[in-house]
Write a protein that binds this ligand. Structure first.
Ligand SMILES: C[S@@+](CC[C@H](N)C(=O)[O-])C[C@H]1O[C@@H](n2cnc3c(N)ncnc32)[C@H](O)[C@@H]1O
Length: 278
């Protein structure tokens, strides 16, 4: 796994987070991978505030807010330092935060302790980047945002299978993907070059801490609805009531396996698969 260069910015940010004394410092110092804003005035509360807003915007748009939410379990794939996890822990009875980086998970626990309900939190280290140490059928909702695009193609598909596996029959998955856009003609080759540069001992560690460089190289795959649908066909557990949410600014071809709905909160290069586990 050490050879998968797309893991480098996360591991680098994880190490930087370990050196910080306060949670506010963590937000400021590793903003290059987590935040659309950077600067000395940022703090943890403001950072998780953005997560709180997005959680309810998405769960409402996806029709996933149940009256039973306080007894439900949510599994989050790619929790980072808990930007959304804190909000999830206030709403759901149990939250399982999964992430590649163990240092992020420690910070996630601190975030939830400060701004959420830590007694409802369990953290799971995704040590191999592709399997979740979570039993089958645990989750009412398995949620992943801005994470699958950062994984190796096969790891992302493995995590999709894991999301379906850990979701209980009648529960839902809500998974965010990134697909191809026109700008990828430039971004894709430059991203590959950047991931190679991260491995060069003289400049790699320096580059891996640079916001521009990370954003160029951190997206390691593009997955279309067709690719994910083909992968789902081979899985032992099936999905029903599939809905693909996309930006109103991006047209998608009608399909027989899923309803298409638009939501303004979806980035034009992203799409979401929301579906019920049979
Ligand atoms: C851009 S952050 C998003 C964090 C959070 N979802 C949010 O919206 O604030 C992506 C997260 O995915 C995690 N990640 C990257 N590759 C992963 C993998 N293969 N398995 C699990 N987590 C992964 C990173 O460590 C990072 O915390």
């Amino acid at each position: 796994m050490a050879r998968r260069s797309q893991l480098i910015p996360w591991r680098t940010a994880g190490r930087v987070s370990e050196d910080q004394t306060s949670a506010d410092d963590v937000v400021r110092e590793i903003g290059w991978v987590f935040n659309n804003a950077t600067g000395d005035s940022l703090d943890l509360e403001e950072f998780t505030g953005t997560g709180d807003q997005e959680i309810f915007a998405y769960l409402t748009a996806f029709d996933l807010l149940s009256p039973d939410i306080a007894t439900q379990t949510l599994v989050e794939i790619g929790s980072g330092i808990g930007r959304m996890t804190a909000g999830f822990s206030k709403a759901f009875g149990h939250v399982v935060a999964c992430d590649l980086d163990a240092a992020f998970l420690e910070r996630c626990r601190q975030t939830v302790a400060k701004l959420g309900v830590v007694s409802r939190l369990r953290t799971v280290h995704v040590a191999d980047g592709r399997t979740l140490a979570v039993a089958d059928g645990q989750a009412d909702i398995t949620f992943s945002y801005i994470t699958l695009q950062h994984c190796d193609h096969d790891d992302a598909l493995s995590l999709v299978a894991e999301a379906v596996r850990v979701t209980k029959p009648g529960g839902h998955i809500a998974l965010n993907f990134r697909t191809w856009t026109g700008i990828d003609v430039l971004l894709w080759p430059l991203g590959k070059l950047m991931r190679l540069a991260w491995r060069v001992p003289s400049i790699g560690p320096w580059l891996a801490k640079r916001r521009f460089a990370s954003r160029l190289g951190w997206q390691a795959n593009r997955l279309s609805p067709d690719q994910v649908a083909r992968h789902l066909e081979a899985l032992p557990h099936k999905l029903d009531h599939r809905v693909i949410y996309h930006s109103p600014d991006r047209a998608l071809a009608q399909r027989s396996d899923a309803e298409l709905r638009t939501f303004e909160g979806v980035n034009p290069s992203h799409w979401w698969l929301v579906a019920e586990r049979v």
